[in-house]
Design a protein around this ligand. Structure first.
Ligand code: ZN
Length: 307
């Protein structure tokens, strides 16, 4: 049996929005069991649950919206919350976007470590894939299939010499997420960045928060992983699948997918009652491998028995 978890204490930071280029203040707060993850725009007084029902625009990032108010670029923070196993938390922002920070989920993971996690006296339930569902769009696809753990197989291919093909398979746990997925940064092609800027987007984008790919190579000094690009796609998928509202027991197989396909396949799962059930944690075997980075284990150690 595992229990729902929230933050031990409030944490926050300030950063700029990727698209607006404006400073945003972010606060993460503990919440009671069953609250789920909810975003609040404190500047306009609107709260938006992080669920598929509130998905708005998905051009280059995932936006949540409600009553004409939206919060953009939620996926990296959602990925950090889901990746570390946070079920209940309140997220406050005083503007239209979550700060982009370094373009990865690593700063959010650090914030969550600062907050510490605490179990709530309510068992955690999972959404378990029983039968495959798929969304295919041209050469792009996203498929959810049964698996005993949360796994992602991702492959990408672009019409660019640097990025013809990358593929990775990850079993998503707090440790693998922290070490192999969270540090992977957003990426974009220089030619696209110029187009986005012309349409008033990516105004906060810079080499500080994205890997930019030029005609002949990466403009940034160096990559964090040789296959950082496909790892970032895994990160995005963890964040987008968190909108299911339950941790996933199943495998995502994604080929050249993106935010829209991630959420489309999740919607399709929810729309296909025979394809899933909601079950208590099947007590996945705890990881016993030596800790390289130390952070994930440290976090697990800090989680005590529920009150
Ligand atoms: Zn992303």
């Amino acid at each position: 049996m595992t229990y729902r978890r929230t933050l031990r204490r409030e944490v926050g930071c300030t950063g700029i929005g990727l698209h607006s280029g404006r400073p945003v203040r972010l606060r993460l707060l503990p919440a009671p069991a069953q609250h789920g993850i909810r975003f609040a725009r404190t500047d306009v007084g609107v709260e938006i649950p992080a669920t598929l029902a509130h998905v708005g625009e998905q051009d280059h990032a995932t936006t949540l919206s409600r009553d004409g108010v939206s919060i953009g670029t939620v996926e990296h923070l959602l990925a950090a919350l889901a990746g570390l196993g946070v079920d209940d938390a309140r997220v406050e922002v005083d503007g239209p976007e979550v700060p982009v920070l370094d373009g990865s989920a690593a700063p959010f993971v650090i914030l969550l470590h600062e907050a510490g996690l605490r179990p709530l006296a309510v068992p955690r339930l999972h959404i378990r894939v029983k039968e495959p569902v798929a969304v295919v769009h041209g050469g792009k696809s996203a498929r959810l299939t049964p698996a005993d753990h949360f796994e992602i197989d991702y492959s990408i291919g672009f019409d660019h010499p640097l990025l013809r093909h990358q593929a990775v398979s990850v079993r998503v746990t707090p440790r693998s997420f922290t070490e192999q997925v969270a540090p992977a940064r957003t990426f974009g092609f220089l030619r696209e960045v110029e187009m986005l800027r012309k349409s008033g987007l990516a105004l906060g984008g810079s080499l500080e928060n994205a890997v930019v790919i030029g005609e002949t190579g990466v403009l940034n000094n160096k990559l964090r992983f040789e296959d950082e690009f496909v790892r970032h796609k895994v990160l995005d998928a963890v964040g987008d699948l968190a909108l299911l509202g339950f941790p996933l027991l199943g495998r995502l197989e994604a080929t050249r997918a993106g935010h829209a396909l991630h959420t489309a396949v999740a919607q399709k799962l929810l729309a296909t009652p025979e394809a899933y059930d909601i079950v208590p944690a099947g007590a996945p075997a705890p990881e016993r491998a030596p800790v390289v980075n130390g952070r994930a284990r440290e976090l697990e150690d800090r989680v005590e028995s529920p009150a």
